[in-house]
Write a protein that binds this ligand. Sequence first.
Ligand code: PLP
Length: 404
Amino acid sequence: MKFNPANNIQDLQYFGEFGGVNPSISDSSTYTFLSAKTMFDTFEGNADGCYLYSRHSSPSNLYLGEALAAMEGTETANVSASGMGAITPVLLQLCKSGDHIVSSRTIYGGTYAFLKNFTPRFQIETSFVDITKLDMVEAAITPNTKVLYCEAVSNPLLEVADIAGLSKIAKKHNIQLVVDNTFSPLSIAPAKLGADIVIHSLTKFINGSSDTVGGVVCGTQAFIDQLRNVNDGASMLLGSTMDSLRAASVLKNLRTLHIRMKQHSENAAYLAEMFEKDGLKTVYPGLASHPSHKLFKSMMNEDYGFGGMLTVDVGSIDKANELMELMQKRNLGYLAVSLGFYKTLFSAPGTSTSSEIPEDEQAAMGLTDGLIRFSVGLDNDIKRTYAIMRECMEALNILKPELV
Ligand code: PLP
């Protein structure tokens, strides 16, 4: 049967302690044992089903992890306090001093900063490459390379990774393919295409209410056990643990993700089409003009569309700022970073979420000054939204005169 991530989530059945329709929240940081021997065995990792201490695991975090593993089709998963709290332990678990990472050059600014500025302190070096050029990716691999890292759909340029192609290269060189799937939950299932480890910032579409940060690592039982090992597990020792109350609330929001993603995708596709018709330089994987449109189509789970993220280039940072301020004034969305909210969020990545990337490198990767990144919301009437957006663009002379 065809892999369907939303069905997999829906097919899980949990009950609360007293028959509640939601699982009980484990509101404890530590757990009692009936015998000292079981406590010892649990420390050694040999007491299945026993809980020790909530930085290691808790029932609420395991429920959420299980649902996310079902969504990604991996054996299991480990939730964390933020997306960065998922990414950084994975890379530090897989690499030691002297190792090397090949990474896409267009990734979230925080991940870029971690690889560029932080991991070199541990003699872990990264080569940044154009992830859409498989020959260049392979050429960057050295005998010390341990990880091939990318985002399925990149932040903010919306480049699309050929996950099956990258997986072939990773397998050939015996390295781990790690894919951040934050921009394309449900639409793309990287593990099904050959990724070894799939990461999400839950902060974005998956939680969808912009009320918390959170993250997850989805992978094999063996790798997740390594991350949680009390002696040398990076998740356990670096301590970026999600709180149980949050895990319970993210799990409740996860149940509506499929409905939300369909609406985000439908609205983003409409706006992208209209902006492109208006002559604006628009990037959206659902547009035939996107260089990886066919690739996305070949990888996608069609029910959920091409996602809620698009970019337009309005020519300069001043125009971008003016337009975002005016759109906020007209209540079309918020001038805010992050994504996946019910309301449209817009920001200029060059001066915000990607500002960690030096200007010359931004230019080299095509991250221009006038670029606005939209996380398109759940608007009930996207045609009305577009009409008002167009009024804003006309008022600021952003649309070419002949089109107005
Ligand atoms: N990955 C991507 C693609 C992101 O956009 C972000 C945040 O913007 C992160 C990871 C980091 O997630 P968090 O802010 O939850 O730590």
